[in-house]
Ligand binder design. Structure first.
Ligand code: UTP
Length: 225
């Protein structure tokens, strides 16, 4: 039995919304849960969250308000996912770490979007992992894993199979939070995972079966520890 946090990037299931993929994730997560693993799922807000951030900016709302708007969007996706899981979920979108612990202790799947301004759902994943004593955080992203540099900008970027958290910090563009930040994993999440000696696997989220490989400790994506 493993305790797992599954972070599904908004860039994967919500940019644009891909209901087929969401349904496949729900099936796989149900399967993992029925195998006896304990699972928390964190969904991101994708392009709709960024569109709402732009709207909030145009209304001259402060950055924390922009973040709160994006959090609401991610919680809508979380609600869709929670409804799709049915009885295996705890019947509501979780909005605090205490609620997450309570839901977990009832043997249910925790489903969350954002938590609070100032970071992304990657950090929510790391905070939940820390609070629930999780062994593994996996992130389904829109790349095969982590590269030596941004593969969207550099065609000579090389995918890495294994790396440390220090290596990861070095290859990322942003070292602190920005509203709407979009990179493979957010810097605050890296700090928590590194401090708590947790394992992170980043893989191509468009292939949901990668999640099964990651849970079974098979070679997939990039393993960071
Ligand atoms: P998300 O974490 O929802 O991004 O953050 P995403 O769509 O999954 O992106 P990828 O796929 O990882 O790239 C979107 C924005 O929502 C706000 C931040 O502004 C963040 O940049 N947010 C999200 C928060 O402020 N707090 C949270 O807990 C979560």
């Amino acid at each position: 039995m493993t305790r797992i946090v599954v972070r599904i990037g908004g860039s994967v299931v919500a940019s644009p919304v891909n209901t087929n993929l969401m349904g496949k994730y729900a099936d796989i997560i149900r399967q993992i849960k029925l195998q006896g693993h304990e699972v928390a799922v964190i969904l991101g807000g994708g392009t709709l969250a960024r569109e709402f951030i732009e709207i909030a900016k145009n209304l001259n709302l402060e950055p924390a308000a922009q973040d709160r708007i994006a959090i609401s969007v991610s919680r809508l996706y979380a609600q869709l996912f929670m409804e799709k899981l049915g009885d295996l979920g705890c019947g509501k979108v979780i909005t605090s770490l205490d609620e997450a612990a309570e839901c977990f202790s009832q043997g249910k799947i925790v489903v969350m979007g954002g938590l609070k301004p100032g970071h992304t759902t990657d950090t929510v994943g790391a905070l939940v992992a820390e609070r629930l004593g999780v062994d593994l955080l996996v992130k389904g992203t829109n790349q095969e894993g982590v590269y030596t540099k941004d593969p969207c900008k550099f065609s000579d970027a090389v995918k890495l199979d294994k790396m440390t958290f220090d290596d990861l910090s070095r290859v990322l563009e942003y070292s602190e939070h920005k509203v709407g930040i979009h990179q493979v994993i957010d810097p605050m999440a890296i700090d928590i995972l590194k401090r708590k000696h947790m394992k992170l696997i980043v893989f191509n989220g468009f292939k949901p079966e990668n999640l099964i490989l990651a849970v079974d400790s098979k070679n997939v994506g990039t393993v960071i520890s």
